[in-house]
Structure formats: C-alpha cells, structure tokens
Design a binder for this molecule. Structure first.
Ligand SMILES: Cc1cc2nc3c(=O)[nH]c(=O)nc-3n(C[C@H](O)[C@H](O)[C@H](O)COP(=O)(O)O)c2cc1C
Length: 413
C-alpha cells in the first residue's frame, strides 16, 4: 500500500490516503457563529479528487462552545468557533460542503462538546441570550481545570477557569439529543460523514478519565461506567447517520512517564485500561473509521522533544485490537507518513499543520515538491492571513518572491 492507493472508508470511496486533520481556526462569523465564504475557500483549497477532509471542531450547542482568549491572536484579532445548532449555521455549512464537492472531495463534520473547557460568557452572546439554552460549563463532575506546569501538560491554561457543574444523570439523554440534532444538521448541510470528537480532554474524555470523573452513579466509577456516555453518544449518532458515515477520534495516553500527554488537565490513573476497553468495544459498531492522535505533538504541548521521540506509536498496540479502518494523526511528516502506510501501521494519515500551510499538500507529496512552512501566530483568529493566503505550487511558480518560506520534504524530520 502507498499514500496514493484507494480505500473504501465506510460508505466513502477515497482515491488516496492523505486526510486533512480537523483544525480549529477560530474564524467563524462573530454574530452567527457560522462559517463564512472564507471558510468555504479554505476547505476548497485543500480539496482533491477522492480526498477526505475533516472539518474543524464544530460545536453542537451553546453549552458545548468555548471561547478562546487564551490565544493572543484571538485577543487581538477576534474570532469565534463555529456551531451547527441553528438553521443559519447549517445553511452556511452548505457553502463549505458544496465547495469541497465541486473539487471532487469528501468532508466529515467533527462534532464537539468541550465540556469544562467552555466558558459561561457564551451565554451573553445575542444568539444564545434569552434562548433558554443550557450554558457552560458542564463536566462529568464539578472538577475544575487545574493548571499544571508538569511536563506533558498541554496548553498553558491562563484563562479564567470556572468550576464546572456536574451533569445530572437525566441530562445525559439531552446531551445525546444535542449530538443528534447537530448530526442531522450536518447531513442537511451536505457533509459526507460525521466524526465524534472524543479526544483531547473535552467532555467525553472528562467522563473517561478518573482524574476528573468522580461520579458514583452509572456514569462514574468503573471503566465500563465511565465509558458509558461515549457509547450512548455513538449509538445516538448511528441512529442518525448510520455506522458507515461515522468516525470517532480518540487520544489515548499512557501512564508511563515516557508517553505521557495531558490535555486540558485531564488525568487518568490507568489510561491503558480505559483505551483498551474503548477501542475493543468500538469493534462492535463497524464504524467508518477510528482516528487516533499520536501523543507527540510538541508544538501544541509542553512535551519535550525527547519525551515525544521516545513515545512508541499508538498503532503498535491498537492495530492489534481494532478491526476497522484506522487513521493516524500527530507529528507525521512526508517520510513517516509514507512509512506508516507502507508498513500497514495506519490505513490513512491525517496531516494537520503541513496541510494548513500547503493547500495542495496532496499534489506536493505526490510530486516531491518543497513544502510551505507554517506560521503559528496565524493558526487561530483573524482573517485570510495565514488561512487562505498560503500559495499553491502554481502561485509560487508565478511569483518571483514568496513571503512564505519553503522547506524540502526530506529536511522535515
Ligand atoms: C491549529 C490547530 C487546530 C486544531 N484543532 C483541532 C480540532 O478542532 N479538533 C481536533 O480533533 N484536533 C485539532 N487539532 C489537532 C490536529 O487534528 C492534529 O492532531 C495535530 O495538528 C497534529 O497533527 P500535525 O502534526 O500533522 O499537525 C488542531 C491542531 C492545530 C495545529
């Protein structure tokens, strides 16, 4: 197998194995929290015939929606994350799916509930105010995010963190309905699939992890109880989209000190017992795909390089457990991606940052061309700069001087 061999993923027929990883860009319309024409252009630029894109995290309800003043660029330039709970948001997403489809691409909508990472201030937004919506922040238990300087802690959490409210048992059915509502809207908006974001320390992982989940009802305590909400949400989503249009994202971590990554302060005493159970149990659903985050994304975390390099790939363990299509993300470069596919470690590779800065990444990987270097300062918030203005190869050839530097593929290590 190579990166350019075709693959059926649930009901989707892909022509290659290079996927756009989900990436929050915090550029939704401030009033509607909907994607804009610029969003459609961004996804369209990254589309290719038979290529698979995963949207940025799209929020299922006001309660699910964080605001991101932790990023200086958002403080300076503004920006919101998009939702998919209103009709206007759903209609705006149609612009995106049409633009992707026009170029022969396919796109999944990543659905997120951020749990305790979201802030109550969203309740003051005109779209939410007086709407009778539950507002943040909710969690498995009333466990606040504790800022930690420990190696492996991810973001420098310097924004106000409120103590979240523990969801009442009866509210879990409402959370499942919120996911269903969002998934129906995603299908109405023309998405080809839906991805459940169960990774990176957001609501679902806040249930899975015993460092956060202190409940003593049937959603807390044992591994099976802590994972219950995940499977209830998966089943609720399958009722709407079917298993072969549903993907799930997980970010398994390990308890040993070499492979330890902590997302938003979410800690586990024995993560292996959780993730082995979850991945094994996912087999029963025959999902379109499972996306795993390799815990080696230094740029987004405080993990040291040596810690990251010493981490054995997750695929080594989970490939043996999981029977379906497996996608890997996190720190792949052109060579390691080729190798991961050649050796069968993963079926698909999702590129984040290199796809962000190279709209025509698929063609560049095929042609061996140099890659544009990404600029972290424009990852989040703002407008077209660092979003839709990265040049493709054609634009570079037509320009004698580019503001964006390039790097040869074999120099990316
Ligand atoms: C700007 C940015 C935003 C991200 N937002 C999301 C997101 O919304 N949902 C998600 O699951 N992962 C998100 N991630 C993680 C990426 O999907 C991916 O796992 C990460 O970038 C590592 O892959 P890379 O080394 O190819 O960049 C984000 C990463 C970046 C760089």
């Amino acid at each position: 197998m190579d990166l350019f061999s075709p693959l059926s993923v649930g009901s989707l027929n892909l022509k290659h194995r290079i996927v756009l990883a989900p990436m929050t860009r915090i550029r939704a319309d401030e009033n509607t929290l909907a994607p804009t024409e610029l969003t459609a252009l961004y996804y369209s630029q990254r589309s290719s015939s038979g290529g698979f894109l995963i949207s940025e995290a799209v929020h299922i309800s006001p309660e699910a929606t964080p605001i991101w003043p932790i990023y200086q660029s958002v403080r300076e330039l503004g920006g919101q994350v998009p939702g998919i709970w209103t009709e206007a948001q759903t209609n705006a997403w149609k612009m995106v799916t049409r633009a992707v489809h026009a170029r022969g691409g396919l796109i999944s909508c990543q659905l997120l509930h951020a749990g305790r990472v979201a802030q109550p201030e969203i309740g003051e937004h005109p779209l939410v105010h007086d709407g009778g919506f539950p507002i943040p922040s909710v969690c498995s238990s009333a466990t606040p995010i504790v800022h930690s300087n420990e190696v492996g802690n991810d973001y420098n959490w310097d924004q106000k963190s409120v103590t979240p409210r523990a969801l009442e048992r009866h509210e879990i059915a409402r959370i499942c309905q919120d996911y269903q509502h969002a998934a129906k809207n995603a299908l109405a908006a023309g998405f080809d699939a839906v991805e459940l974001h169960a990774a990176h320390g957001y609501l679902i992982e806040q249930f899975l992890a015993d460092g956060v989940n202190k409940r003593n009802d049937s959603y807390g305590g044992s591994v099976r109880h802590r994972c219950r909400i995940l499977f209830e949400i998966i089943e609720a989503l399958i009722d709407v989209v079917g298993p072969n249009r549903l993907g799930v994202r997980l970010s398994p971590v390990a308890s040993n000190s070499h492979n330890k990554q902590v997302y938003f302060g979410v800690t586990h005493s024995n993560p292996e017992s959780v993730y082995e159970y979850v991945v094994e149990s996912l087999n029963q659903y025959k999902l379109a795909y499972l996306l795993l985050t390799e815990p080696r994304v230094g740029g987004l975390s405080n993990c040291t390089d040596s810690l990251l390099e010493s981490s054995p790939p997750l695929s080594a363990k989970y490939r043996k457990i999981y029977k379906g299509v497996m996608m890997g993300a996190g720190g792949f470069n052109p060579n390691s991606a080729k190798e991961a596919i050649d050796r069968g470690h993963y079926d698909l590779i999702a590129f984040g940052r290199w796809f962000l800065s190279n709209p025509d990444l698929v063609a560049r990987l095929k042609g061996g061309d140099d890659l544009n270097i990404y600029h972290r300062a424009s990852f989040y918030g703002g407008g077209e700069q660092g979003y839709t203005d990265y040049p493709d190869i054609q634009a570079l050839r037509n320009q004698s001087l580019s503001a964006i530097e390039q790097v040869p593929q074999n120099m990316i290590g």
